[in-house]
Design a protein around this ligand. Sequence first.
Ligand code: SAH
Ligand code: SF4
Length: 340
Amino acid sequence: MLKPSLSGVPVSGLEDILSPLPRYRAKQIFDWINAGVSSFELMNNLPFSLRRELDERFCLRKTSVLNSVKDDAGGAVKLQISVEGGIIEAVALVDAAGRLTACLSTQLGCAMGCVFCKTGSLGFTRNLDGAEITEQFYHIRGLHPDISNIVFMGMGEPLLNLAGLRQALSVLCETMSTRRVTVSTCGLTDGIVSLADSGPAVRLAVSLTTARETLRRRLMPVSAAHPLDRLKESLLYYQKRQGRRVTLEAVLLGGVNTSEADAAAMTGFARGLDVVVNLIPWNPVENLSFDGMPLKEPSRAELSSFRAALEARGLKTVLRRKKGRGISGACGQLGVCKLY
Ligand code: SAH
Ligand code: SF4
C-alpha cells in the first residue's frame, strides 16, 4: 500500500500529525514540501529521528510525471501524470506578459457528458484527492518556479469534488491568494451556493456555452437538472455573498451556438449579473458530433460577428487565445486543456 502523501496537508494538518512536537516543526516541513524537496532526508533542519519517522509513515509524492510535452509556439507545457487507476493532465500556460497559469484537473474523467468535450467522452472514473490535485501544482512548479495563477479547467468537474478541491486549496492558498485561483464549473447550482456560503473565496467561471435552454440541454446534459433560471439565481446569490465578478465561458461551436438568438439569450441571462464573457473557439477533438454532424470550429467571420452581437448589447467579452493547441493535438488529447 502506498504511504499517504504529505503534499495535500496544510500546516494545521501537519501540526496535528506531529503533535505533541512544537508547531514550528510543522511549518518547517510545510516549507520544505512547498519548496519542492523530493525526500525527507533533505529536510536538514529536522532531527534525523524525525526525518526517519516521517519517511516510514509518509511519502512526498503519490503521483509521478510520465511525460511532458512542450508547445513551442505558445510556450505551454502539458504534463501527463500517473495516478492510481489512470492518467491525468495538468498544463502550464504562459500569457503574453510572461505570467504563468497552472491549469489543474480535479477528477479522473468526468461524468457530465458535454458533447463537445474530450474529457466528457472518457466517462468518469473517480475524484482526485487533495494530494493528487496539489501535486499537479508542485509538478508544474518543478518546471516553472513562478506560477501566478491557478485555474481548475483541466479534467473533471471541480464542484463535484468539493472536498478534494477544498483540501488542495487549503494547501495551495497558504502561499497563493484565493483571488488568483479560478474554479470553472459546468453550472452546478448547489456547488455554487456552497462556494458562496462556505468558500473558499476563489474566482468563479461558469461554462454557459449557450443560454438557449433547449440547445444547452442537448450540448450539456447537466442543464436538465440545473436549468438556466436556477443557475442564474445561484449566481445572483453568489455575487451577493462574494461580491465578485463572474466569468461566463462560451465554447463556440461552428454553426451551433453563435447565432443572433444565442447572443440575445446570453445577454438576457447576463442581465443583473456582473460578468465578462470568455469566448473560446472550440478546440477540435476527433469523433465528436452533434445533431448527426461532426462538430467544427467557428469560422473567423462567425466568431467576430458573434462577439460583435454580444458587445452591441453591452456585454464585455474576451476572446481566448489558442495557446497550446499544438500539444493537445500532438499527444492524443487525453482530455485536458481544451481551452488552449
Ligand atoms: N468541468 C468544468 C471545468 C473543466 S472544463 C467546466 O466544464 O467548466 C474547462 C472548460 O473547457 C469549460 O469551459 C469547457 O466548456 C471547455 N471545453 C471543453 N471542451 C472543449 C473543447 N473541445 N474546446 C474548447 N473548450 C472546451
Ligand atoms: Fe466535464 Fe467540463 Fe468536459 Fe463538461 S466541459 S464534460 S463538465 S470537463
